[in-house]
Ligand binder design. Structure first.
Ligand SMILES: *Cc1c(COP(=O)(O)O)cnc(C)c1O
Length: 319
């Protein structure tokens, strides 16, 4: 990779399209031949681009909540209205509420994180289909965690006129290079391209990503290891007790696990004191009360975390 990067033409603007990267990506993915691809500086940039392309002020962007916060952030920054539809307490979709909200609000964009962040839960494919059929505008299926999910909508993206699949290399271990991509019918990508800054993906990222896609199996192996560890980690957290009851662990198809403790801020702090940083998502939404999110790591890091968590629960209980 270093050799390839050394030959980059740093003094020249790159071509506005990235044909070399597109070819490498198509080689390692199941993107339908007739679908178009749009690259972004991370999928965050594409979320912003989608909202800016589809929404006038006060138009509605809709999503089940709690979910990835940037949907609301970019909707708000574009002066659109964000409507969140509460998930069920086990973080499954409340489909009747979702369909009702779509009918009432006529959203220009619906965002579905599949699997969802920060809950880890994945919608059923049949639920996505019902939302696609009900929505009057674009439905974005955000597959940031697809490497850990064993499910994708990619092969069906052209089946629906309003479907767009969003992907990123960030959760595969490449968050630093900033590369995401959108896949949809030609007509959507043409409009998004009008709003996209012409050199949004820089030449170093393009060269690095093309190289990495030629060695894709390494990343896939890594993702598979994490997926295998996730099951063990979930089972081990569920064996821990607080106040005489086992911890509540939520179903996950992502590279993290969401669980509930009696006092999240105390447990978070006790873990941090032992050098372990998890995400305290308690305040993000009422359904997430006392929930912490831990990223699946190496086996030895997972063991360190479990030992620390056991101590933190005792400590939080005593104080
Ligand atoms: C991390 C994440 C993103 C953003 O990914 P980048 O490509 O790093 O910008 C988008 N969607 C979801 C659901 C995420 O968890």
């Amino acid at each position: 990779m270093a050799q390839r990067l050394a030959h980059a033409s740093l003094n020249r603007y790159p071509s506005p399209e990235a044909p070399e990267l597109e070819a490498a990506l198509r080689n390692v993915s199941t993107i339908p031949k007739a679908a178009r691809i749009l690259f972004g500086n991370g999928s965050d940039e594409l979320i912003d681009l989608i909202v800016r392309t589809c929404c006038e002020p006060d138009d509605v962007v809709l999503s089940p909540v709690p979910t990835f916060v940037m949907y609301q952030v970019f909707a708000t920054l574009s002066h659109a209205q964000f409507v969140g539809v509460d998930l069920n307490p086990d973080f499954s979709l409340n489909l009747p509420a979702m369909l009702k909200a779509i009918a009432a609000n006529q959203p220009k964009v619906v965002f579905l994180a599949w699997p969802n962040n920060p809950t880890g839960r994945a919608l059923k494919e049949s639920e996505i289909v019902q939302i696609l059929n009900a929505a009057p505008g674009l439905v974005v299926i955000d597959e940031a965690y697809e490497p850990f999910a064993n499910a994708t909508f990619m092969h069906r993206v052209l089946e629906f006129p309003n479907a767009l699949v969003l992907r990123t290399v960030s959760k595969l271990g490449l968050a630093g290079i900033r590369l995401g991509y959108a896949v949809a019918q030609e007509s959507w990508i043409t409009q998004l391209n009008k709003v996209r800054p012409p050199y949004n993906v820089n030449i170093l990222t393009r060269i690095a990503a093309t190289f990495i896609m030629e060695h894709w199996s390494i990343l896939q192996k890594q993702a598979n290891l994490l997926t295998a560890s996730r099951g063990r980690l979930m089972a081990q957290i569920a064996q821990l007790q607080a106040g005489g009851k086992p911890l509540e662990v939520f179903e996950s198809a992502a590279n993290f696990v969401l669980f509930r403790v009696p006092n999240a801020s105390e447990v978070f702090q006790a873990l941090k004191n032992q050098g372990i940083l998890v995400k305290n998502v308690s305040a993000a939404h009422p359904l997430l009360e006392n929930c912490l999110r831990v990223t699946v790591s190496t086996e030895s890091e997972n063991t360190q975390f479990l030992n620390a968590l056991e101590g933190a629960l005792v400590e939080a209980n005593a104080s």
